[in-house]
Design a protein around this ligand. Structure first.
Ligand code: BDR
Ligand code: CA
Length: 314
């Protein structure tokens, strides 16, 4: 029997963040969620921490430790994405206010304390939003970098360009300075960029399969996806919207669904025109050392089968 991999999910729900959290909570044999840390991003922090608790309750897991983290990026003003996710961040289904508590203490301290108390190389960080909490933790306690097993992030885009500006993907754009700290930290990074996430589309038939599970969590998920995709269908003219964040958890469960290569990635932090761009040396033309495994391909059908199967276990 394999021991479940210990993870901390850092997130800004967001309907696709909700799908990622549900995928993790539906996979207890493979992943053990030590805690979930909220960050400002898609919507302000007061909503993201609330949304995490709503999702945990939907999954009948009020025991999960949820912490609030940074309410703004390191040095820029917060940019949010209500135009995609709706006013609450989880628009779509009727949801009730959560009753499970928020943990006392700051998310950044939870991340530091967990990494210092667990055995080195055993905790994986899964980031689904701006990297502010992780950068703050690395700045406050640089010794944690060498203790992280791996950081798997949804962020960036290269061949596919950006989604919030022509050059930048939303999570990196919200806090480029934080991303820069993380990419320079020496932590082994796996990056799920738009190049991958734009290939996992919420086709109608896929959402119907989720709805057909008929559990409260699955029905809420399907309704969230129906809301979330309307923006991207209009924007990209695609059949369904890209389901970004669950690719991070899917990678932990089934790395064979993804293909990529080790590259150097640098973050643009100076130019307003290309702010937050992930400059990926895919063709290794710079001689700079690889600092991330950048994914480019995904088995989309395999991904949705996995997601649907795990949602059915909740
Ligand atoms: C990322 O931005 C957010 O809006 C989504 O939740 C995802 O994490 C995609 O660019
Ligand atoms: Ca997110």
């Amino acid at each position: 029997m394999t021991v479940p991999r210990k993870i901390i999910i850092d997130t800004d729900p967001g309907q696709d963040d909700a799908a990622a959290i549900m995928l993790a909570l539906g996979s207890p044999a493979e992943v053990h969620v030590l805690g979930i840390t909220a960050v400002a991003g898609n919507v302000p922090l007061a909503l993201t921490e609330r949304n995490v608790r709503i999702i945990c309750e939907l999954c009948a897991r009020p025991d999960i430790k949820v912490f609030a983290g940074a309410d703004r990026p390191l040095s820029r003003s917060l940019v949010t994405a209500e135009h995609v996710h709706g006013k609450t961040g989880l628009d779509g289904p009727e949801l009730t206010e959560p009753t499970m508590p928020l943990q006392p203490g700051h998310a950044v301290d939870f991340i530091i304390e967990t990494l210092l108390s667990e055995a080195p190389g055993t905790v994986t960080l899964c980031t689904l939003g701006a990297l502010t909490n992780i950068a703050l933790a690395l700045t406050k306690a640089p010794e944690i970098a060498s203790r992280v097993r791996e950081l798997v992030m949804m962020g960036g885009g290269f061949f596919e360009g950006g989604n919030i500006t022509p050059a930048a993907e939303f999570n990196i754009y919200v806090d480029p300075q934080a991303a820069d700290i993380v990419f320079k930290s020496g932590i082994p990074i796996v990056m799920m960029p738009l190049d991958v996430t734009h290939r996992v589309l919420t086709h109608k038939a896929r959402v119907e399969k989720i709805k057909a599970i008929r559990s409260p969590a699955a029905v809420a998920m399907a309704e969230m996806l129906e809301f979330f995709e309307r923006f991207d269908i209009e924007k990209y003219g695609s059949d369904g919207g890209p389901l970004h964040d669950p690719t991070v958890i899917a990678y932990l469960l089934r790395p064979d669904l993804f293909k990529g290569r080790d590259c150097n990635v640098e973050i643009e932090t100076k130019s307003e025109l290309t702010m937050g761009m992930t400059v990926v040396d895919w063709w290794r033309v710079t001689g700079r050392n690889p600092n991330a495994r950048v994914m480019r391909e995904v088995d989309a059908d395999g991904f949705f089968e996995l997601l649907t199967e795990r949602l059915a276990r909740l």
